[in-house]
Design a protein around this ligand. Structure first.
Ligand code: PFF
Length: 486
């Protein structure tokens, strides 16, 4: 079968690396990673997180890029084509559909958080954060959220910027934007780490992030690390797969994946190194949750030399990081409407934007007019987060590795990945046995169905991987024909 001709390609080798890093680096790195690292025990959590990136994140990311490039299209089309190449069941396209939906739904609440970052860049400048206590700043944060027009206005601004960039196309829009945003982001981060270095409590921040305390390795923490690895690398949400479909033939998927994963991890660690010293220098608690950057940092910045300038720099950095992630969440949908239904990118962006507006409006109103509407104990904003990260991403991840490891003919992805034999064998071992078992553990734990502690009973997990390896190898021809629907 002849391969699909690409309609869009990144202009340069750096195009994909910058865009994928832009997708990966976002609120997950700058806000969530430092905070959960603090909560789950600093150094021990960092170690588990790194292990998860290696054991699951990297193999899954390689798979998504390979499937995207092989199928040359949005998740539904790309998966449809690689499955077709195997004469398989077109039902597999549903995995692409779910990924696309995940990315879209994540965006519906992500624009609200990104809107906070944009608003705080402005508030830092106009003096409305000149409060003198964390309580008073908490009041500013609550007042911001209580006003639907203010909260909505900033979120809509983020959504419009996102749609505008995506509507302009892969090269003119996305690649052009990340070409200057990503180096800008790197410079801002370096400046902030330098500032944190001179702020006096760098050692305390460093120790907090890297002090290894073995007693903090718990099943709960491992699962948090595993879940975060998915979110932070933008996996199972259509973003990486769609960006992968624009990667030119010949570019090394493994090398690129490692670069993106290393950059993403480095930014998370540097963000921690920039934030915690500032928090400690001002005698604040590192475990303030969502309020960590919005309630305590503005106060800390005020008490430091050139604080306003660096505060603006900080929130501008968070805004840019959030924007480059937001773009990737909707690209799959726009690419799908454009390629599959022949709708122009502009019209696709307008249509997707209209739906986005309606759903994200409900997320915004969760903080004010609809605050009392909490079906099954969660408001709409929390439901979106819960549904995507607890259910859709782990499920999508499992289907993806099962597709790559069992359902597809080996030669397709081997050709696409183009690895030396040991590298390929390692990737295959990971996607066939290690990743599915580990993802299943996260998933079952999220459901509360896991009856053992995954760290204390790690030998159950090792046993399951071994069992799957033996059973998988013995039964694979049968498994493959069942999975592919032949
Ligand atoms: N990786 C992004 C972050 O860490 O903030 C979040 C994300 C981006 C998730 C794109 C999903 C996605 F498709």
């Amino acid at each position: 079968m002849t391969r699909e001709k690409p309609k869009n390609l990144w202009l340069s080798r750096w195009g994909f690396i910058l865009a994928a890093t832009g997708s990966a680096v976002g609120l997950g790195n700058i806000w969530k990673f430092p905070y959960i690292t603090g909560e789950y025990g600093g150094g021990a959590f960092v170690l588990m997180y790194l292990a998860c990136i290696l054991a699951i994140g990297i193999p899954v990311m390689m798979t998504e890029i390979a499937v995207g490039r092989r199928g040359r299209g949005s998740p539904i089309d790309a998966i449809g084509r690689v499955v077709h190449e195997n004469n398989g069941n077109p039902l597999w396209k549903a995995v692409g559909g779910m990924a696309m939906l995940s990315g879209f739904l994540i965006l519906c609440f992500y624009v609200v958080v990104a809107g906070w970052a944009f608003a705080y860049t402005w508030k830092m400048l106009d003096g409305s954060l000149a409060a003198t206590s964390v309580e008073a700043l908490g009041g500013v944060f609550e007042a911001h959220n209580a006003n639907p027009w203010q909260l909505g206005g900033w979120s809509v601004l983020v959504a419009l910027l996102t749609l505008w960039i995506v509507a302009k196309g892969v090269q003119q829009g996305i690649e052009n934007a990340v070409r200057w945003m990503m180096p800008g982001l790197a410079l801002m981060l370096v400046a902030l780490v330098g500032y944190a270095f001179t702020s006096g409590s760098f050692d305390a921040g460093f120790a907090f992030l890297f002090h290894f305390d073995a007693s903090k390795i718990t099943g709960e923490a491992l699962l948090a690390a595993l879940g975060h690895a998915f979110f932070t690398l933008s996996l199972a949400s259509g973003a990486i797969l769609t960006y992968g479909s624009y990667v030119p033939d010949g570019q090394s998927i493994a090398r690129t994946t490692f670069m993106v994963a290393i950059c993403d991890t480095l930014v998370a660690l540097l963000a921690g190194l920039a934030i915690f010293p500032i928090i400690f220098a001002n005698g604040m608690s590192p475990s303030a949750g969502p309020g960590l950057i919005f309630m305590s940092l503005p106060l800390a910045f005020q008490q430091m030399p050139f604080g306003t300038a660096f505060g603006v720099l900080f929130f501008a950095m968070v805004s840019i990081a959030a924007l480059t992630s937001a773009i990737s969440m909707i690209e799959a949908t726009v690419a799908y409407l454009n390629e599959q239904h022949g709708i122009s990118r502009l019209h696709a962006a307008i249509g997707a934007g209209a739906v986005l507006l309606v759903i994200s409006l409900l997320a915004m109103l969760s903080f004010n007019l609809l605050a009392g509407w909490t079906p099954l104990g969660k408001n709409f904003f929390d439901w979106l987060d819960y549904l995507t990260s607890r259910w859709m991403m782990p499920l999508g991840g499992i289907f993806m590795v099962v597709l790559a490891g069992y359902a597809l003919r080996c030669d397709i992805l081997r050709e696409e990945l183009n690895l030396p034999p040991t590298g390929y064998a390692l990737w295959l071992f990971m996607v066939r046995y290690v990743s599915p078992v580990l993802i299943l553990v996260v998933f079952l734990n999220a459901l509360g169905w896991l009856l053992f502690d995954p760290v204390q009973r790690w030998y159950w997990i090792a046993g399951a991987i071994g069992l799957l390896a033996v059973a998988g190898e013995l039964l694979r021809p049968r498994v493959t024909s069942v999975l592919i629907g032949r």
